[in-house]
Ligand binder design. Structure first.
Ligand code: ASP
Length: 298
């Protein structure tokens, strides 16, 4: 059974063919029914705006049936373990389950208890594979050949599952990743150029991926205020000037903290393009995992 727990679950060839399919889906004007009569369950134990709706829209655009478990009303609140919840959902024979959880590792553990693909919609600070896929898709759409391009990942890298998944995937596709963050948010990773001063690298990068400060994952208050953080790391027009540069952010954006209003309106900022592409990339991955596992099952 093939699952999508982190980006390493997909080979380069698999990613390339998923992107080919996502592009086809994006350019298609006809209805898609490749997942007709399939059942997809989404369970989000942590808040989500984009990822959950993107998966559900992707599933519906492929004519699948979608059941979203309302976690606040589910039996998890009555003391049922996660694994019993999973076993019960599995008994209803879904064709895929999309799960988000505040604890790293939950999707992987669940994958041992069910008979359908598990898609990780984000687990703690560990991984967010579909976000990295849609980010790479958006970068490729712009540059075509991404090998050798330089990307600065800026912000709370240490606590970001988006950063983790992107670092793995983008380096595998030949991009050079530069880590830019205050000292407290810098991960202990070797082999990467690192700086605490974004101005030092602004002239050499092709792409900036700004990240939200993951306050919900901090044990103690790290910055006195997000405003202090913004003074050093906010992406402003004054910083990017007229450079030919792509600005990305996985959302939700802390306006004027991560990226300022003016840059958010700038055509070089692809935040909404990322959201749009996310639906097509998720359509491609749902179709791939469900149909491939269908082929392989007894
Ligand atoms: N939406 C992304 C995530 O779920 C990024 C964020 O929340 O900052 O990880």
């Amino acid at each position: 059974m093939k699952h999508l727990i982190n980006t390493k679950d997909l080979s380069i060839d698999e990613v390339i063919s998923l992107f080919k399919r996502a592009k086809e889906l994006k350019n298609s004007t006809t209805d898609q029914n490749r997942l007709k009569d399939k059942l997809i369950i989404t369970i989000f134990f942590e808040n989500s705006t984009r990822t959950r709706s993107s998966f559900e829209i992707a599933a519906k655009r492929l004519s699948a049936n979608v059941v979203s478990l309302d976690v606040s009303k589910s039996s998890a609140k009555k003391g049922e373990t996660l694994f019993d919840t999973a076993a019960n959902l599995d008994a209803m024979e879904p064709n895929a389950i999309v799960v988000r959880h505040k604890n790293a590792g939950v999707p992987k553990i669940l994958s041992n208890y069910v008979n359908c693909p598990i898609l990780n919609g984000g687990d703690g600070a560990h991984a967010h594979p579909t976000q990295a896929l849609l980010d790479l898709f958006t970068i490729k759409e712009h540059f075509k050949d991404v090998r050798g391009k330089k990307i600065a990942i800026v912000g709370d890298i240490k606590n970001s599952r988006v950063a983790n998944s992107n670092i793995e995937l983008l380096t595998r596709f030949g991009l050079e990743v530069i880590l830019v963050s205050p000292i407290h948010f810098m991960p202990k990773l070797n082999n990467f150029k690192k700086t605490h001063n974004i101005k030092e690298i602004i002239d050499e990068v092709d792409i900036i991926m700004s990240l939200r400060t993951q306050t919900e994952r901090h044990k103690n208050l790290i910055y006195a205020s997000l405003k202090d953080y913004a003074n050093d790391f906010c992406i402003t027009k004054d910083l990017i000037k007229n450079r030919d540069i792509l600005i990305l952010h996985p959302g939700p954006v802390h306006r004027n903290i991560d990226i300022d209003d003016e840059v958010l309106r700038d055509p070089r900022c692809k935040v909404l393009q990322q959201v749009k592409n996310g639906v097509f990339v998720r359509m491609a991955i749902l179709e791939y995992l469900i149909n491939q596992n269908g082929k392989n099952s007894k």
